[in-house]
Design a protein around this ligand. Sequence first.
Ligand code: ZN
Length: 90
Amino acid sequence: MLCTECLTLNGHHPNCPNAEGAPEPTFTIWRVGTPVDVKLRNRAEMRTAAQKLSFCAETVLRDGEADIVISGGVVIGGCYIDDEGLLDYE
Ligand SMILES: [Zn+2]
């Protein structure tokens, strides 16, 4: 099995989110004109939100953040990985 997150065969990179016991990152979505940020508890929720709001989930996971851009290149919000997502909060 090739891991789709860390691209390691039959195992995981130590920092791989799929590795045993790895904490799920949490995410925050902010939007222009919306005072309350949206909190997402895991990657699955973030990927769902990415489809709804048209930002790139892969960019968030790779770069730590991505913008929500509408036509004309106007940024209307974004999504970023919370720092506290690195803590295990189970
Ligand atoms: Zn992995």
